[in-house]
Structure formats: structure tokens, C-alpha cells
Design a protein around this ligand. Structure first.
Ligand code: HEC
Length: 178
């Protein structure tokens, strides 16, 4: 597959899908994992998916967090959290075992098995977080906010930048990382 073919393929995937994506707030699992620890949720509720005091009701459900911040006395100090912080935390509680990148890989494997199969494990190579797909010989990598592709069927080609991570992550998270 040539570089141009690769980029057109990805653009087509993006364009086709962008139309069908709802305007749900997109929470980041990675940012939510940090906020969950930094804001003290972890100290009082423990580690997802086994949270105390019914905090699992917040899985993918930001309004449960907002309601608890207004309604639970011990949580009132959390009123400083932004809506984005709350969206991030709810997304993390809903997907505690994933990262943003793995969510996107999992979605891609289900969405485009012709290119992204068999299902692969993530590894870190030279600062890139990547998976290799033996059937297509494509390596998909996440680095510095970008998605990169390397086509192993064209020897000597390096990684080509094809998209921003957020473009595909938005699709992935709206489809529950599946
Ligand atoms: C100082 C301790 C404390 C901290 C910090 C705290 N919580 Fe809570 N939270 C509680 C307690 C106690 C309850 C149960 C209140 C009850 O059942 O009356 C609760 C209840 C909840 C509920 C359940 C509300 C319901 O549906 O019944 C959710 C969701 C929740 N917390 C999420 C969070 C999140 C997310 C954070 C971090 C942003 C957080 N909490 C931080 C103590 C805390």
C-alpha cells in the first residue's frame, strides 16, 4: 500500500464516520485517571472497578459526579472541578483498564479488521506506543498527539503521520472502545 493510498483510506474512514458521531462530551481516560487520583476520589472511593459508596454509578456518567458533588457533604470541596475534569473522570471510571491509545486500537481492530488484524498487543518502541498488524503488515503508532503509520509491505518506508490522536479517539470513545 502506498503512502497516498494509506492517507486516503484514513481520510475516508474519518470523513465517513465523523458524520455519524454524536456530539457527546469526550472524556479522556488518561486525564481522568490522573484527576481521579489528584482530586482525592481515590482516597475515599478506592480503585475502579471496585469503588466504595456507589461511586461506580459514575461510569461514563458525568452527571452522577456532578450530583454527588452538590449532594454529598464530604465532596463539596470538589466544586472547583471543571466539566471537562468531570467528563474525564467519568470516562476513566467507565474504562479503568484502558488508556486512550488502547481504547483507539481496540476500536480500530473491530472497525477495520482488514487492516488491523489479528488483534495485537501494544508495545513501546523509541517513544512510540504501537501495535503491529501481521495481516496488513501495518504498524500503527501513537506519539506526541499524532497517529503514525508504517507500511511494512513497502520496505524502507518510515512512519507517516496520518492523523491527530483526538480525531480517532473521539470515534473510539463514542463507540465504547469497541
Ligand atoms: C472525602 C471523601 C470523598 C471524596 C474525596 C470523594 N467522595 Fe464521592 N462520595 C463520598 C461518600 C462518603 C459518598 C457516599 C455518600 C452517601 O451515600 O450518602 C460518596 C458518593 C459518591 C458517588 C455516588 C453518588 C450516588 O449515586 O449515590 C459518586 C458517583 C462519587 N462519590 C464520585 C466521586 C468522585 C468522582 C470523586 C472525585 C472527583 C469523589 N467522589 C470524591 C466521599 C468522597
Amino acid at each position: 500500500m502506498t503512502r497516498r493510498a494509506l492517507s486516503s483510506l484514513l481520510s475516508a474512514m474519518l470523513l465517513g464516520l465523523a458524520c455519524s458521531v454524536s456530539s457527546l462530551a469526550v472524556g479522556s481516560i488518561d486525564a481522568g485517571r490522573l484527576s481521579f487520583a489528584d482530586s482525592g476520589c481515590l482516597d475515599c472511593h478506592g480503585t475502579p472497578p471496585r469503588l466504595s459508596n456507589n461511586a461506580n454509578s459514575a461510569a461514563n456518567n458525568p452527571s452522577a459526579i456532578s450530583a454527588a458533588i452538590s449532594g454529598v457533604g464530604q465532596m463539596r470541596f470538589l466544586r472547583f472541578l471543571s466539566q471537562q475534569d468531570i467528563d474525564n473522570i467519568a470516562t476513566y471510571i467507565g474504562n479503568p483498564s484502558l488508556t486512550d491509545a488502547d481504547c483507539t486500537f481496540n476500536w480500530a481492530e473491530n472497525f477495520g479488521p482488514v487492516f488491523f488484524s489479528p488483534k495485537a498487543k501494544s508495545v513501546t518502541v523509541d517513544g512510540r506506543y504501537q501495535r503491529f498488524y501481521a495481516n496488513s503488515k501495518l504498524t500503527v503508532a501513537f506519539a506526541n498527539g499524532k497517529i503514525l503509520l508504517q507500511d511494512g509491505a513497502s520496505p524502507g518506508t518510515g512512519f507517516v503521520e496520518v492523523a491527530n490522536i483526538l480525531d480517532f479517539y473521539t470515534l473510539a470513545i463514542n463507540s465504547d472502545c469497541k
